[in-house]
Write a protein that binds this ligand. Structure first.
Ligand SMILES: Nc1nc2c(ncn2[C@@H]2O[C@H](COP(=O)(O)OP(=O)(O)OP(=O)(O)O)[C@@H](O)[C@H]2O)c(=O)[nH]1
Ligand SMILES: [Zn+2]
Length: 191
């Protein structure tokens, strides 16, 4: 696999001081956001956060992404570990298609039905860059922050030991409760 990686730089944030390294795979650029001391931890906390421009940047209430990112960065800054910011917008259908999916959701489709109606799978993400990040940073034992059983399965398939799973549950609102319910009922997410 052809992966290009940056050198490591400092990134002071409102959450604390992190180090960052960018990874480029095909046309997607991803980021590892690491707490200062994570190399010294036997099993660091890891969050794989898939990009959601509408949530992460604009504060959309249609999903729980911004709250989950906020939770992960606070937690990792305090407890040690890393967030992999995985640039696969809209479960990897891209921003334009996600907006089309949102328009279908405005007409009553749920998050899965909208994707299928547009000719995509319910979740088209590919996590192969995550394997490269784990190798690059010598991670073989982690504590994974997620509700998503697919992420757990993927990490375990790499031979990485998950010593603990930390739920990424945040407060729901009127706009995202159906979305969260669909993830729970139809995608097996552990809420
Ligand atoms: N296609 C599509 N993508 C969405 C929608 N809402 C959020 N997303 C994308 O879904 C991804 C986040 O997925 P989630 O299901 O919230 O969470 P997860 O990463 O699978 O699982 P957790 O680790 O438990 O948070 C991001 O890439 C978002 O852009 C939607 O309605 N349609
Ligand atoms: Zn979102």
């Amino acid at each position: 696999m052809n992966i290009e990686k940056s050198t490591i730089a400092n990134l002071p944030t409102k959450y604390g001081k992190f180090k960052i390294r960018a990874y480029k795979q095909d046309n997607q650029e991803h980021l590892a956001i690491m707490s200062k001391n994570f190399e010294d931890i036997e099993a660091p906390y890891v969050r794989v956060h898939s990009e959601c421009l509408t949530g992460d940047t604009l504060g959309s209430l249609k999903c729980d992404c911004q709250n989950q990112l906020d939770l992960a960065l606070k937690f990792i800054s305090k407890e040690g570990g890393l967030v992999i910011y995985h640039r696969q917008e809209g479960r990897n259908i891209g921003l334009l298609n996600k907006v089309n999916a949102y328009a279908l959701q405005d007409q009553g489709r749920n998050t899965i039905e909208a994707n299928l109606e547009l000719g995509f799978g319910e979740d088209d993400r590919d996590y192969s860059v995550v394997e490269e990040v784990f190798k690059d940073l010598n991670l073989n034992k982690i504590k994974l922050i997620t509700n998503n059983p697919e992420k757990i399965k993927y990490v375990e398939s790499l031979g990485i030991e998950i010593v603990e799973r930390i739920p990424a549950i945040t407060k729901a609102n009127n706009h995202n409760k159906n979305y969260i319910n669909t993830k729970k009922e139809q995608m097996g997410h552990m809420f």
